[in-house]
Design a protein around this ligand. Structure first.
Ligand SMILES: NC(=O)c1ccc[n+]([C@@H]2O[C@H](COP(=O)([O-])OP(=O)(O)OC[C@H]3O[C@@H](n4cnc5c(N)ncnc54)[C@H](O)[C@@H]3O)[C@@H](O)[C@H]2O)c1
Length: 272
């Protein structure tokens, strides 16, 4: 098994969207692999079974423990069955990583209502549905950690209004759930990935755009799904036992800059 440090030993985790939508490693896949590497037993939930199977193969190659659950997180019945599968197979539930999300780029003047509704359903309502079934199981297990995947698009104008709105809602949902379930010993936190290079965005990228994205943030390097996954490991582990209701940007510092801070324009002191 690839070297882990047992940071999640004894824990049972669900990762939704544990496959990747294209070749390569996306956030859900990387998170599932690192969870298993750190000792968790992982239920790999995805509505495309073959994608979750690919992740399973990678985890098994490393000697990790995981299994596939095929289901749609916009279906309450599937979410109930997903939680039941985790508890039946592994005896408890400690971690829920709500990673499923779809992107949509449009302005309010052009977005179709059915597209708007679909983005809200997949990105926001799904988290309510998975969590409402997971929370009782976590309480049975003595507590747990819920990790919601937002985006810096939920914190900034991004040209993706339906997506951005849904990702801002994920942050609000995180705060509310953290407030509601702290006394159940359930922590609820959020990761806001920046411009990471994953199969989800790769089809829209050429070398020039990748360079622009890389150079737009203070660190000036390209982020990957593994950067997001390491933040999830921390939030899943007992290392973050006193952390709830936070949003962790994993974005090379992009969200603390003004548009010119890390570009050549900065030397002109546009902002006085
Ligand atoms: N890649 C980026 O640049 C970036 C930046 C910020 C945030 N994010 C967020 O990261 C998350 C996804 O990351 P990823 O790299 O794993 O994406 P991905 O598209 O590679 O994989 C998502 C997986 O979710 C599955 N899925 C889609 N709809 C589903 C549904 N209704 N039920 C069950 N499974 C479903 C897909 O089959 C796919 O395997 C999203 O929430 C996204 O908004 C990504």
């Amino acid at each position: 098994m690839a070297e882990g440090r047992g940071r999640l030993e004894g824990k049972v985790a669900i990762v939704t969207g544990a496959g990747s939508s294209g070749s390569g490693v996306g956030n859900g896949k990387a998170t599932a692999i690192l969870f298993a590497r750190e000792g968790a037993k992982v239920l790999l939930a995805d509505n495309v079974e073959a994608r979750a199977r690919e992740t399973l193969g990678l985890i098994r190659e490393e000697g990790g423990r995981a299994s596939v659950f095929e289901g749609d997180v916009t279906s309450s019945d599937d979410c109930r069955a997903m939680v039941e599968a985790a508890v039946e197979r592994y005896g408890r539930l400690d971690v829920l990583d709500n990673n499923v999300g779809i992107s949509h780029r449009a302005r309010v003047v052009e977005v179709r209502e059915e597209e708007w509704d679909r983005v809200m359903e997949v990105n926001v309502k799904s988290i309510m549905l998975t969590s409402r079934h997971a929370i009782p199981a976590m309480i049975e297990s003595g507590g747990g950690s819920i990790i919601n995947i937002s985006s810096i698009a939920g914190l900034r104008a991004n040209g993706t209004t339906p997506y951005s709105t849904s990702k801002a809602a994920v942050i609000g949902l995180t705060f509310s759930m953290a407030g509601d379930h702290g006394r159940d010993n359930i922590r609820v936190n959020c990761i806001a990935p920046g411009l990471v290079y994953t199969p989800m965005v790769a089809p829209r990228m050429d070398d020039e755009l990748r360079r622009t994205r890389r150079e737009s943030a203070p660190l000036g390097t390209e982020g990957t799904a593994w950067d997001v996954a390491w933040a999830a490991v921390y939030l899943a582990s007992d290392e973050s036992r006193w952390v709830t209701g936070v949003v962790i940007p994993v974005d090379a510092g992009l969200s603390v800059t003004t548009p010119v801070t890390s570009t050549p324009l900065a030397q002109h002191q546009v902002y006085g």
